[in-house]
Design a protein around this ligand. Sequence first.
Ligand code: ZN
Length: 227
Amino acid sequence: MKLGIISDVHANLEALDAVLKRFEVEKVDQIVCLGDVVGYGADPNACIERVRSVAAITVLGNHDAALTGHTPVAYFNSYARTGVEWTSRVITDENLQFLKGLPLSHIDDHMLFVHSTPKDPSAWNYIHEFSEAEPQFSYMSEGMTAFIGHSHVPTRFDHPSRKKSIINVGSVGQPRDRDPRACCGCYDSVTNSFEWLRETYDVQEAARKIRAAGLPEYLAVRLFIGM
Ligand code: ZN
């Protein structure tokens, strides 16, 4: 089965639509969303509705959890906090209920889907380096691949045995690897092969909406530089 895996959409509808179009071209069988559908961007409702209609599996991200009250906003930096507060004013009840129903992680055969870490998803720890990935492997069974998001940086960590992997699929709506193109993953669960896909999208329009919403200017500017 061919999976299209997205994470950290962050209410960027232009980026999300570009990635979903690419999944059609790639003929993926199923779409999985690793959370943070909202926050930072100006289209939280449209993005949640899109994800609800296309994703077979969606797990909870820290920004989603801030909206549902599961994670205190004090944990966030000021940009993230402003985004959460703005989103909480515009989100529909139905979409909020959807976020409230999301699980922290999901296991499907040899695949683990989680926003932050396999060990303790609700602690929202980051995996930037192998030293941070290594202790996580003991919380994964042999042959397992964990798909994560959260850092917005596409990265892969393989256990020395090559029998466990942690793959960060990157961010659709706010990439932070200095490549402004939307990032997502494509995984073949039969051949166990993974690749990152990058798609250009209308950054101008996403930034215009962020400014029009009165969100911080930096949240618009960073989209152009991929940071
Ligand atoms: Zn995020």
